[in-house]
Design a protein around this ligand. Structure first.
Ligand code: 5GP
Length: 178
C-alpha cells in the first residue's frame, strides 16, 4: 500500500495490527518488571503521542503519564544533530522510576541528551521504551534502552505519530520512503 506525504511517496512497512500486538507484549513486560511500583511514563513529544496512548491502556499496574517536548532531527529526511528543548517535565522525579517513551531511536543522541539531563534530578531509575530502533544508525550505546518495538533498517519512516514536514502523523501504520 502506497501513500503520498507532502512531496514524497511512502509504502506500508509495519501494519497497525503488528504494532498493536507488539505493544501488548511490551505492556506485559512493563507490568511485570514494575510490579509493586508506580513508574512515571514520560512521552517525548510530538512523535510518541499515539504510542504512549496505546501503551498505557495495556499496562495493568498504576502508572503516571506525563510529557516532555524535544525537537531534534529532520530538516527533511536526515538528521541535523541539533536538539531543541521545547518544554520540560513539570513533575519532581527525584526517587521515581522513569520510563521514557520515544517514537524512534536513530543516532541515539536525543535520548542520550535527555537521559543525562534527567539523571541530575536523581530519579530512582531511568529506562527507555522506543517503538522503533535503527540499530545501524546508533552512534552511542544506550544502556537504559530496555524495551524496543521493532528494529528497522536506515529507512526514513512516517506514520503512527512520526511526521514528514509535520504531515503523516495520523497514518495508522509505519510507512517507509520509497
Ligand atoms: P536521534 O537523536 O536518535 O538521531 O533521533 C531521534 C529523533 O529523530 C526521533 O525522535 C525523531 O524525531 C527523529 N527521527 C529519526 N529517524 C526518523 C525517521 O525515520 N522518521 C522520522 N519522521 N523521524 C525520525
Amino acid at each position: 500500500m502506497k501513500t503520498q506525504v507532502a512531496d514524497l511517496t511512502f509504502e506500508l512497512s509495519i501494519p497497525y495490527a503488528a504494532i498493536e500486538k507488539r505493544i501488548s507484549e511490551i505492556a506485559t513486560e512493563i507490568t511485570s518488571d514494575y510490579s509493586g511500583r508506580i513508574p512515571v511514563m514520560v512521552g517525548i513529544l510530538n512523535g510518541s503521542f499515539l504510542f504512549v496512548a496505546d501503551l498505557v491502556k495495556q499496562i495493568e499496574i498504576p502508572v503516571e503519564v506525563t510529557f516532555a517536548k524535544l525537537a531534534s532531527y529532520y530538516g527533511g529526511t536526515s538528521t541535523t544533530r541539533k536538539i531543541r528543548d521545547d518544554f520540560d517535565l513539570t513533575i519532581d522525579i527525584k526517587g521515581r522510576d522513569i520510563i521514557l517513551v520515544e517514537d524512534i531511536v536513530d543516532t541515539g543522541n536525543t535520548i542520550h541528551y535527555l537521559i543525562e539531563k534527567l539523571y541530575t534530578r536523581e530519579p530512582a531509575s531511568i529506562a527507555v521504551c522506543t517503538l522503533l530502533l535503527k540499530p545501524q544508525a546508533l552512534e552511542r550505546t544506550v544502556p537504559e534502552l530496555k524495551y524496543t518495538g521493532f528494529e528497522i533498517p536506515n529507512d526514513f519512516v512516517v506514520g503512527y505519530g512520526l511526521d514528514y514536514k509535520e504531515l503523516g502523523r495520523n497514518l495508522k501504520g509505519i510507512f517507509k520512503k520509497v
